[in-house]
Design a binder for this molecule. Structure first.
Ligand code: GLC
Length: 543
C-alpha cells in the first residue's frame, strides 16, 4: 500500500547542537524555526526532533522529568507550538521522540514510587529485594556495570536499563501504560505527525528476572514476551486514531522479529531502526553490509517497511566511520548518501550529514559530555587500566562524534552560537560548513538535494524491488530497483581505488540514462559491459 510516510525523507534535528539563537551555547527550538527554510530547500518531508521535554539532562534529554513541558534550554511551549505551526506551514511534518522505557529519577512518579514500599505508585517502577544482600541479578545496563541501584530507605533495588538516573517504568502495570497513552494523546492532539520511539522493544522484561548467561551481551534487555501485546494495545488505544508515522528504535532484532514489529497486518509500528549496521559493524564491511540488506529486504518483503540510516546522535558520523573523511570526503559522503537513499526503506539524514560533517577527536576526556563514554571511562579506569589508553579506545565510537554543533559558516564556533558552545565545535568548520556548501554547485549539500528530488519524482526508489548484483565483490556494490515500467541500476565503488563493474547481459540496454553521479564528467556513452569506477564513485542509471 502506498502511504506518505513510506515516501518521506526524514531529517533528524538534535536541537541542542543545531542552532543557538539566544547565545546560551545550546541550540534551541527558536533556532530550529530559524532554519526551517533551509530544511525545506533541502527537500526533506519529516523532521524528527530529539527529546526537548523537561529533564535534568543527564542523558541529553532522554531522562524526562515532565512529559508535558519543554526544557528551558530548548525554549517553552509557546515556541514549540510555533515550531509545529511553521513546520506545517511549509508542508513538512514533525515527529517527536517518545521515551517511555524509563523516566528521569527526578520525575514525580519516581519520587513518589521511591518514597515508600506501600506508596500506590511503588509498582510503577521495577523494585526488587536484594539477593544475598546484593543486586537481584547479574544484569548490566547500557551505561553502568549493573542494571540495579540500591535504595537504602526502602532496602530494595530499582532497575535501570540505562543510567542510574533513568529508572525503568514497569509496563506490566496498567496504570503506567494508560498514563503513557494519555501523554501520547496530549501531543498527538496538538497536531504532531508521529513518534520516534526510544528503545521501544525494551518495555517488556524477562519473566522472573533470572541471571543472564552472558551479562555483557545486553540482548536479554529486549524483545521479551509481552512486548507485542503492549505495542498492539498502544496502537489500539492511541495510534490507530491518528494519521501518523511511527518508527521504533529496536536493538537486537532479526528480520524475522522485525516483521513482527512492523508487519502491516500486525498493527504495531510502521517502521523500525534495527542495529545490525550501527551496533554490529564498527567499520565498513562490504560483505556484511550486503548480507544485512538482503536479509532485511527478504524478511520484510510484502510485510513491512525498513528504515535506512548509517549515523545519528548515538553513532559516529558516517563519512568518518563508513566512508573516507580525508582525501575522498566529498565523494564518499555522496556515495553513502546515494546508497541510503536508493536502498529499500525510509532514508534518514542526521543533521550535518548533508554537508559531510566528520567525527571529532578532542584532546581530553573533559571535552566530552556523553554519559555513555564518561561512565565507561570511569569504569575502566577504576579497574586499573591506563587512562590514556582507555580514552584512546573510546574515541572512535563515542556518541559525541556526532554531537558537535552544526557548522553553519566559517565564523567563530561555525556560526552555531554567539556564546560558548555547550560542546566544542569541530575545528574543521572553517572549510566544512553550510555556507560553503550552498555556494559550491557540486557540494555534498546540493547532491543531497538532487537525491531527495529524485525520490519525489520516481516511485521506483520507494516501492521498487531490490536485487543485489554484486554479492561477492568487496569494493563494488551494484543493485537494481525495479517496478512494472522502470528499472534502475545503482553502482557504487566503495573503495579508495579504481574498480570495475560488468553489467549483466540481461540488463544491457541501448540507452542507459544516467540520472545522477558524484563525479561530474561521466558520459552516457560509457560501455556498461565494462564500467571503470573511480574511488568512491557512485552512479544511478535508469535502464
Ligand atoms: C536511545 C537514545 C539514546 C539514549 C538511550 C536511552 O538509544 O537514542 O540517545 O541514551 O536511548 O534513552
Amino acid at each position: 500500500m502506498k502511504t506518505w510516510w513510506k515516501e518521506a525523507v526524514v531529517y533528524q534535528v538534535y536541537w541542542r547542537s543545531f542552532y543557538d539563537t539566544d547565545g546560551d551555547g545550546f541550540g534551541d527550538l527558536e533556532g530550529v524555526i530559524a532554519k526551517l527554510d533551509y530544511l525545506k530547500e533541502l527537500g526533506v518531508d519529516v523532521i524528527w526532533l530529539n527529546p526537548c521535554y523537561e529533564s535534568p539532562d543527564v542523558d541529553n534529554g532522554y531522562d524526562i522529568s515532565d512529559y508535558y513541558s519543554i526544557m528551558e534550554k530548548a525554549g517553552d511551549m509557546e515556541t514549540w507550538e510555533r515550531l509545529l505551526e511553521e513546520v506545517h506551514n511549509r508542508g513538512m511534518k514533525l515527529i517527536m521522540d517518545l521515551v517511555v522505557n524509563h523516566t528521569s529519577d527526578q520525575h514525580p512518579w519516581f519520587l513518589e514510587s521511591k518514597s515508600s514500599k506501600d506508596h500506590p505508585k511503588r509498582d510503577w517502577y521495577i523494585w526488587k529485594d536484594p539477593r544475598d544482600g546484593k543486586e537481584p541479578n547479574n544484569w548490566r545496563s547500557y551505561f553502568a556495570p549493573s542494571a540495579w541501584e540500591y535504595d537504602e530507605q526502602t532496602n530494595q533495588y530499582y532497575m535501570h536499563s540505562f543510567a542510574v538516573e533513568q529508572p525503568d517504568l514497569n509496563w506490566e502495570n496498567k496504570e503506567v501504560r494508560h498514563a503513557i497513552y494519555d501523554m501520547m494523546r496530549y501531543w498527538l492532539d496538538k497536531g504532531i505527525d508521529g513518534f520516534r520511539m526510544d528503545v521501544i522493544n525494551l518495555l517488556a522484561k524477562v519473566d522472573g528476572f533470572p541471571d543472564a548467561k552472558k551479562p555483557a551481551d545486553l540482548q536479554y534487555l529486549g524483545n521479551n514476551p509481552g512486548i507485542h501485546e503492549y505495542l498492539q494495545e498502544m496502537n489500539r488505544e492511541v495510534l490507530c486514531h491518528y494519521d501518523v508515522m511511527t518508527v521504533g528504535e529496536i536493538p537486537f532484532v532479526t528480520p524475522e522479529d522485525g516483521a513482527l514489529y512492523v508487519g502491516e497486518d500486525r498493527h504495531e509500528l510502521h517502521t523500525l531502526f534495527h542495529f545490525e549496521v550501527a551496533d554490529d559493524m564498527p567499520s565498513w564491511n562490504m560483505k556484511q553490509f550486503k548480507d544485512i540488506q538482503t536479509r532485511w529486504y527478504e524478511g520484510l518483503k510484502g510485510k513491512g517497511t525498513n528504515s535506512q540510516f548509517l549515523n545519528n546522535h548515538d553513532h559516529t558520523r558516517q563519512v568518518t566511520r563508513y566512508g573516507n573523511d580525508g582525501t575522498y570526503r566529498e565523494e564518499s559522503a555522496k556515495l553513502l548518501a546515494t546508497m541510503i537513499h536508493t536502498l529499500p526503506g525510509i532514508p534518514y539524514i542526521y543533521q550535518g550529514e548533508e554537508i559531510g560533517m566528520t567525527g571529532v577527536r578532542f584532546d581530553s576526556i573533559d571535552d566530552y559530555h556523553d554519559i555513555a563514554m564518561k561512565n565507561k571511562y570511569k569504569e575502566e579506569v577504576e579497574k586499573g587500566r591506563n587512562p590514556k589508553e582507555v580514552f584512546k579506545d573510546l574515541l572512535p565510537l563515542t556518541r559525541d562524534n556526532s554531537r558537535t554543533p552544526v557548522q553553519w559558516n566559517a565564523t567563530e564556533h561555525g556560526g552555531f552560537t554567539t556564546g560558548k558552545p555547550w560542546m566544542k565545535v569541530n575545528p574543521n568548520y572553517t572549510t566544512i560548513n553550510v555556507e560553503e556548501n550552498l555556494k559550491e554547485p557540486h557540494s555534498v549539500l546540493h547532491y543531497y538535494q538532487q537525491l531527495i528530488r529524485l525520490r519525489k519524482e520516481h516511485p521506483v526508489m520507494v516501492y521498487g524491488e531490490y536485487n543485489d548484483l554484486s554479492i561477492d565483490d568487496d569494493a563494488v556494490y551494484a543493485y537494481t530497483r525495479k517496478n512494472q515500467d522502470t528499472c534502475w541500476l545503482i553502482v557504487l565503488n566503495h573503495a579508495d581505488h579504481e574498480s570495475r563493474f560488468h553489467c549483466p547481459e540481461e540488463l544491457l540496454t541501448e540507452e542507459p540514462h544516467l540520472l545522477l553521479a558524484n563525479y561530474q564528467d561521466v558520459t552516457e556513452k560509457e560501455r556498461m559491459e565494462d564500467l571503470v569506477l573511480r574511488p568512491y564513485e557512485a552512479r544511478i542509471y535508469q535502464l
